[in-house]
Write a protein that binds this ligand. Structure first.
Ligand code: FAD
Length: 314
């Protein structure tokens, strides 16, 4: 059976949810094998990968921290990929850079930010929305090795009905001198779920008039991340990394709740591909209602507390 290499994302030794999505998709394409770069994975981590169908977990020790770059990560991925005909990862800024290096080195065709991938007449064919979600595109990868990064939340993670062995396979990688080296690194504390991967996003705009507390409360009750429009971040009402849209983060959550934002084209470009879109806006003609699956015409200061009360009562 065709091997589908899946780049495993892990934090503090735990497999990230996004990897379980990638493994679920990989199972529909062939026999998934995990690529784990870093400290050796624990047996629990391997077991978890096996539950989602990984027959092997190919482990490459991380390159020296002082020189650690996407280019070196790509070398590790290439060493571990072996004979796999598809390399799959979840689209993040970091993985996209790594995969681009892999594609460059191997001459493989690459699609990033895909919504799906499937075999069609012997080729991997992906679907995605591009140009601020104004076009739907199908792409066939013509090279023997296909590299695909799929957006988070586009596949629902499901454990395999037939869990696989997830045998740990050590892989040696002789890292060659990269073209860039890291001079220093400082970790920045992340708060809550990363916006790009959150399955639920609650966003606020100018309609909040600078008070994001209700938006944050609703996000907390729903277990989601907080997003914002550019106007809200430009005003300094909330940090810039919360911005959703063309110049902000592109999100594809299962549920997107837009509170007091108009749905300007630049904002829509970053959230239009969300699963279910709910909009709360006082203006019944606000453009956000054109793409909303469920709309509430009303003041967010009344609608959000009522929604929270209702959710907490369930
Ligand atoms: C090159 C470029 C790139 C850009 N990139 C981005 C981007 O990445 N992301 C982004 O978001 N924007 C981006 N913008 C800005 C974008 O064009 C809009 O200006 C912005 O998204 C509007 O923000 P908003 O919806 O919060 O404000 P507004 O458009 O002013 O909308 C506020 C909405 O709140 C509603 N409202 C008011 N009070 C309430 C209330 N009490 N309850 C409920 N609803 C209420 C109003 O009816 C209105 O619809 C970009 C612009 C440019 C030129």
């Amino acid at each position: 059976m065709t091997h589908i290499a899946v780049l495993v994302e892990h934090t503090s030794g735990d497999v990230r949810q996004s990897t379980l999505e990638a493994l679920t998709l990989a199972r529909s394409l062939g026999d998934p094998v995990g690529i784990w770069i870093g400290e050796e994975p624990s047996s629990d981590a391997c077991h978890e990968l096996g539950r989602y169908g990984a027959s092997e977990v190919r482990h490459v020790p991380a390159p020296d921290q002082s020189t650690y770059t996407a280019e070196l990560m790509a070398q590790a991925v290439i060493a571990a990929m072996g004979e796999a005909s598809v390399l799959l990862a979840i689209s993040t800024f970091a993985t996209k850079e790594v995969l681009a290096y892999v594609a460059h080195r191997t001459g493989a065709g690459i699609v990033v930010d895909a919504a799906s991938a499937a075999w069609d007449e012997g080729k991997i064919v992906t679907t995605q929305t591009v140009f601020s979600a104004t076009w739907n595109v199908r792409t066939a990868i013509q090279t023997p090795l296909a590299i695909v990064a799929v957006r988070p939340n586009t596949t629902q993670a499901q454990a395999s009905p037939e869990p696989a062995g997830a045998a740990l396979v050590p892989v040696e990688c002789e890292f060659t001198q990269p073209h860039t080296t890291v001079l220093s690194r400082t970790s920045v504390k992340q708060q809550g779920i990363p916006l790009a991967e959150a399955p639920i996003v609650v966003s606020g705009g100018r309609g909040t008039e600078g008070d994001f507390s209700l938006v944050e409360q609703l996000a907390q009750v729903l277990g989601g991340a907080v997003g914002a429009t550019r106007d809200a971040t430009d005003e300094g009402w909330i940090a810039h990394e919360h911005m959703v849209g063309q110049t902000g983060t592109t999100v594809t959550p299962a549920l997107y709740v837009a509170c007091g934002l108009s749905g300007a084209v630049h904002h829509r470009g970053g959230m239009q591909a969300s699963g279910t879109i709910v909009a709360i806006n006082t203006d019944p003609d606000a453009p956000i209602f054109e793409i909303a699956d469920f709309g509430v015409v009303g003041d967010l200061r009344e609608v959000i507390p009522a929604t929270i009360a209702h959710l907490q009562g369930r």
